[in-house]
Design a protein around this ligand. Structure first.
Ligand SMILES: [Zn+2]
Length: 153
């Protein structure tokens, strides 16, 4: 199904994982367990032929998440979600459905994968692989938010 994607060798995967995992960050984040789980997932995906998958976002600050929430929302909608009104940007395209105080990105328990190189059919297959690996893949995928993956204990 994904014959064109090159499978990475074990050492290439390990090198990529080390690039993504900065040990200095582990000391001040509570998400070590999630980060290790994501690393294992990326390793498994590469082994299954999804070597082109790229992590585009993982942990975000509350402020960053609040700014994202403001896109496509009015000042009143922001106020109702306890997000500062100055972050409202109603003319922009909505990019998230999640309040910042409920975001697993802020908790360090979510990552966004760039899957744009795969067609809808392959993404569907990828979704099942992620679920089989124990990852949470919310319904937002069907709204166009492809690639959001959550680590839930
Ligand atoms: Zn996400």
């Amino acid at each position: 199904m994904v014959a064109n994607s090159r499978e990475l060798s074990g050492s290439e995967c390990a090198a990529k994982l080390l690039e993504r995992m900065d040990p200095r960050r582990w000391l001040r984040e509570v998400s070590v367990e999630a980060e290790l789980a994501f690393g294992a997932v990326l390793f498994c995906l590469a082994r299954k032929g999804f070597g082109k998958v790229r992590v585009v976002a993982a942990r975000r600050s509350w402020e960053m998440e609040a700014r994202l929430f403001g896109r496509g929302r009015s000042r009143a909608e922001c106020r109702a979600a306890c997000v500062p009104e100055e972050y409202a940007a109603p003319a922009e395209r909505k990019v998230t459905w999640c309040r910042p105080d409920r975001s697993l990105h802020v908790a360090g328990r979510a990552m966004d994968l760039d899957l744009s190189m795969y067609d809808v059919q392959v993404r569907g297959h990828l979704r099942h692989v992620l679920q089989a690996l124990g990852m949470g893949v919310p319904a937002a995928w069907s709204k166009g938010d492809y690639g959001h993956v959550e680590y839930r204990r």
